[in-house]
Ligand binder design. Structure first.
Ligand code: N01
Length: 539
């Protein structure tokens, strides 16, 4: 096919992205439904978030035996994870293996960033344009763009004058960065910064961590997987998956039913201590009401703050690290390998930029209100324009040319996180309004992709060509999303990216669905059983 012919290519479905969700969506539409499909991927390889996030210490916080696809028994049997939490390189190897094993690459266009997608109502097709100027059309458009793929580099005056090098963790150079002999400044102490700092500190001449909001973290206790565990995980996978599907966060463990004040102070301390020793996100699962009741949450918060004070030797540094202003797990709870211990190193210092804000980046380094820090390298671990960012940076227009940016001016509005009213045949995998980032991602992704695939299969069986969310259903779902989050402590973290608070000017709306993955799965299944209630079909 010539370039010109390719540029007007027509397909049944286009998928934007070839990460966890895009790969599985491609597999489902092609292998299960027999559609002609193309996935358009900005990167030069598969992996999505893991293609770009190659920063030092990048590792998944979900346990490896649960951070994988479950749709293929053979894939489960043949793949061997090596560590409790998979590192970024191992996840890329896994996703490359998936792409090869299911022969997906032949339908992926790499190095292809979508610039616009417009719905043509007369033809009932999506017209997609790429940054290279290619044009493609399809009846169905599925965005598989990830929730955390639009890097947020804060607009600090003077960055362009900086004489050293700077990097955002989400756009890390593939060849790596050599920190040896360098004075490094790291801005940001979210999950990423907490993973990166200990590794950067190992080789940098000096690491200065600029902290705006102090954060909780629990040890990950990463370790190589034993043969015995690997065997157990394979032999018991059906049971593991059952648990992942039955829990709020899609992890392979249940949240305990007991409440914080059901047990004595001593017993509670023992439970927290055991969870701290075991490590990982399971700490959050120690009590049922940790995210429901502030007083209960305070006990976990205090436990972790005490740990910080015990670990960090310099009391002034410990005080800044433990000065946490939000409930535990109201922001995404990080897990770490020696994060707090890192501040005991001679070559690491902490700057409290809440007290003394960053005013400018100068040719020499970072200047706060009170001091100037000479640097050779700045690492921005400053997160993402989450959830809506990856969708809104494309020019997506629905019926009558209405831009998605306009429909979402006051925040994202959709039905089940899957479809926006006025945007027929457009599906958003792990879109805002779905559990997505509050869930172990592959679990959320498989559920969405399966649901979308079933919906398209239903249309084809029933002779429908068009599906669109009903505005009334959108209304009802937005109320449910709000109700769900209001029942938790999540809104109490005012500066969380869940709320869009990290991006200046972004509407402050709690974006993911906080009602839990298990409940959400049931709702989606019931909607489908009732003939896709809330969706309107057309021929
Ligand atoms: O980003 P973040 P992240 N001046 O937004 C600070 C996922 N993830 O990349 O809190 C100074 O959480 C900001 O401060 P504040 C995971 O879901 C997954 O760390 O806004 N500081 C904060 O400290 C996670 O939640 C894995 O006051 C500024 C930090 O930068 C999500 O990615 C591993 C600033 C940003 O934290 C995002 O995490 C790692 C400024 N102008 C990450 N602007 C897995 O396990 C921002 N900050 C799969």
């Amino acid at each position: 096919m010539t370039d010109a012919a390719r540029s007007v290519a027509e397909f049944d479905a286009l998928i934007i992205g070839a990460g966890f969700s895009g790969l599985y969506q491609l597999y489902c539409l092609r292998e299960r439904l027999g559609l002609s499909v193309q996935a358009l991927e900005a990167g030069e390889g598969v992996g999505g978030t893991w293609y770009w996030n190659r920063y030092p210490g990048a590792r998944c916080d979900s346990e490896s035996h649960s951070y994988c696809y479950t749709f293929s028994r053979e894939l489960l049997e043949e793949w061997q994870w090596t560590e409790r939490y998979p590192g970024d390189a191992e996840i890329r190897r896994y996703l490359n293996h998936v792409a090869d094993r299911f022969d997906l690459r032949r339908d992926i266009r790499f190095g292809t960033r979508v610039s616009s997608a417009h719905y043509d109502a007369a033809a009932n097709r999506w017209r997609v344009t790429t940054e290279k100027g290619e044009q493609l059309t399809a009846q169905f458009l599925v965005t598989a763009v990830g929730c955390l793929s639009t890097a947020n580099v804060p607009n600090i005056p003077g960055l362009e004058t900086f004489a050293g090098r700077w990097y955002h963790t989400g756009q890390w150079p593939h060849e790596g960065v050599d920190f040896r002999g360098k004075r490094v400044g790291q801005i940001g102490t979210g999950s990423t910064g907490i993973q990166a700092a200990p590794v950067i500190a190992e080789t940098a001449a000096h690491l200065t961590v600029f902290q705006r909001t102090a954060n909780y973290s629990v040890p990950a206790r990463n370790a190589p997987l034993t043969d015995e565990f690997q065997r157990w995980a394979k032999e018991n996978f059906d049971e593991v998956r059952k648990v992942m599907h039955a829990t709020t966060n899609g992890h392979p463990f249940y949240i305990d039913r007991r409440r914080v004040f059901d047990v004595t102070d001593e017993e509670r301390q023992r439970i927290y201590e055991a969870a701290w020793e075991k490590g990982g996100l399971q700490f959050r699962a120690t009590f049922h009401d940790l995210l429901l009741d502030k007083k209960s949450n305070d006990t976990a918060a205090e436990f972790i703050k005490n740990k910080i004070r015990q670990i960090v030797k310099d009391p002034a540094t410990a005080a800044v690290l433990a000065d946490i202003d939000h409930p535990y797990a109201a922001k995404r709870p990080p897990i770490d390998t020696d994060y707090f211990e890192t501040f005991n190193r001679d070559n690491v210092s902490l700057v409290d930029v809440r007290r003394s804000p960053i005013e400018a980046i100068t040719p020499e380094g970072i200047r706060t209100r009170d001091a100037e820090y000479p640097l050779d390298i700045i690492v921005f671990a400053t997160g993402f324009d989450a959830m809506t960012g990856p969708l809104l940076r494309m020019d997506i227009r629905g019926r009558d040319g209405i831009p998605l940016a306009e429909v979402w001016r006051a925040g994202p509005r959709n039905y089940l996180g899957l479809q926006v009213a006025g945007f027929p045949n457009l599906f958003t995998v792990t879109g805002p309004g779905s559990p997505s980032v509050l869930c172990n991602m592959p679990v959320a992704i498989e559920q969405h992709v399966d649901w979308i695939t079933d919906c398209i299969a239903h249309m084809r069986e029933s002779g429908f060509n068009r599906v669109e969310a009903d505005p009334k259903a959108v209304e009802g779902w937005m109320e449910e999303v709000q109700r769900a989050v209001d029942a938790t402590l999540l809104p109490q973290a005012q500066h969380s990216w869940y709320l869009g608070a990290n991006v200046p000017g972004k509407p402050r709306i709690f974006m993911p669905y906080a009602g839990g993955m298990a409940r959400y799965r049931k709702i989606c299944a019931e909607v489908a059983e009732k003939g896709y209630e809330g969706f309107a079909f057309g021929t």
